[in-house]
Write a protein that binds this ligand. Structure first.
Ligand code: UT7
Length: 334
């Protein structure tokens, strides 16, 4: 058995910055409400006419990750792509990455686990590497939310939160099993599927139903019972981080860097306080990008690394919670 190690990181966000004041021109909202409830100051939204999509942003982030990893494209054995906003209903974005990057005809899978998608993707890649089946895996998280949001006052409870962007990493075989990904922990609770959902288009609610609907059909906009999700998030985040620490015989103060999914700054601050972590032990960038769902953990991990906040030997914890409900953590010895 081997371990897997992250050897290259990259991110890409669209140039177009949308501030809270910009949103208040589209709907009844304001900078004070958004900052106080979420911590978000601005987000990136793909501009009309841009070539960017989830797959294309994912490819741009991947180019950087591959370059920084020092491996060649020919050395990539497999692709794992996490997104809830794929370019097509099918096929998934993974195969587009294979084509866009000109990779060998390696396997590609998409992970549909929303906010915890990247943590799930890391776990999937880790299993393939552990068993020796693959040596180098490209793991991508990307979201193009802005084209699917209700940009009227009706949608303000959800729309102000989400941003577009992508991150990617190369996970590679590590012979020393005391290094790299030490463990991953994945959970789900499907009874709450409809608490955070985009209902259609789906095979149950497809074009005929949408066209027949007499009233305006809102089922293709995201719906979230925000307060309900918030309450579950703080509990599940804490549980799944503790689960990871206990599995590895670690204490709270063994955490050198926690990278929480960027859903709401208040959630991250609650976890920080609960675990008694200092400001230098938790990385947040939701202020700049909003919630980029499957891209949020990898964008934050990349920025933390770029800013020199992660050093060799550090205990890095990734944790996420979201739609499904699904949640998970990964404990990494950097
Ligand atoms: O990433 C996946 C997981 N997602 C999460 O973990 C998100 C969890 N939930 C949250 O982050 C928070 O629940 C939200 C940020 C979504 C909402 O914050 P909240 O403190 O729970 O606010 P609320 O939904 O209870 O709304 C409070 C008030 C309402 O008005 P009334 O009924 O009190 O008059 C809303 O209509 O704020 C109003 N409101 C807004 N006002 C201005 C909702 N959205 C907005 C807005 N601007 N954008």
């Amino acid at each position: 058995m081997y371990n897997s190690k992250i050897i290259g990181l990259g991110k890409y966000v669209p140039e177009n910055v949308v501030t809270n004041d910009d949103l208040s021109k589209m709907m009844d909202t304001n900078d004070a409400w958004i900052q106080e409830r979420t911590g978000i100051q601005e987000r990136r939204w793909i501009e009309n006419g841009s070539e960017d999509t989830s797959a294309i942003m994912g490819a741009k982030a991947s180019e950087i990750a591959i370059e920084r990893s020092g491996i060649n494209k020919e050395d990539i054995d497999f692709i794992v792509f996490a997104t809830m906003t794929p370019d097509y209903y099918f096929p998934g974005c993974g195969v587009q990455i294979q084509e866009l990057l000109g990779l060998n005809n390696v396997g590609a899978i998409d992970i549909r686990n929303q906010c915890s998608g990247f943590v799930y993707a890391v776990s999937v890649a880790d299993q393939f590497i552990k068993t020796g089946m693959y040596k180098n895996i490209l793991v991508v998280g990307a979201e193009y939310h802005s084209n699917g949001l209700d940009k009227t006052t009706r949608g303000r409870g959800v729309t102000v939160i989400f941003g577009d962007g992508a991150g990617a990493c190369i996970m590679s075989r590590e012979e020393d099993t005391t290094k790299g990904v030490l463990s991953t922990h994945l959970h789900s609770e499907g009874k709450y599927a409809e608490k955070l959902i985009v209902e259609s288009p789906s095979i149950r609610h497809w074009v005929p139903q949408i066209l027949e609907s007499e009233e305006e059909d809102l089922s293709y906009f995201p719906y979230m019972d925000g307060t309900f999700v918030f309450k579950h998030a703080v509990v599940r985040f804490s549980e799944v981080i503790m689960e990871g620490l206990m599995k590895n015989g670690m204490q709270k103060d063994d955490i050198d860097m926690l990278i929480p999914h960027q859903a709401n700054l208040r959630i991250a601050q609650f976890i920080q306080k609960k675990f008694g972590l200092g400001d230098d032990q938790v990385f947040n960038n939701i202020m700049k990008y909003g919630n980029t769902t499957a891209a949020s953990v990898i964008i934050a991990l990349t920025e933390a690394w770029e800013e020199g906040k992660i050093k060799e030997g550090d205990n890095v914890v990734l944790a996420a919670f979201g739609s499904g409900f699904t949640w998970g953590s990964a404990i990494i010895k950097w």
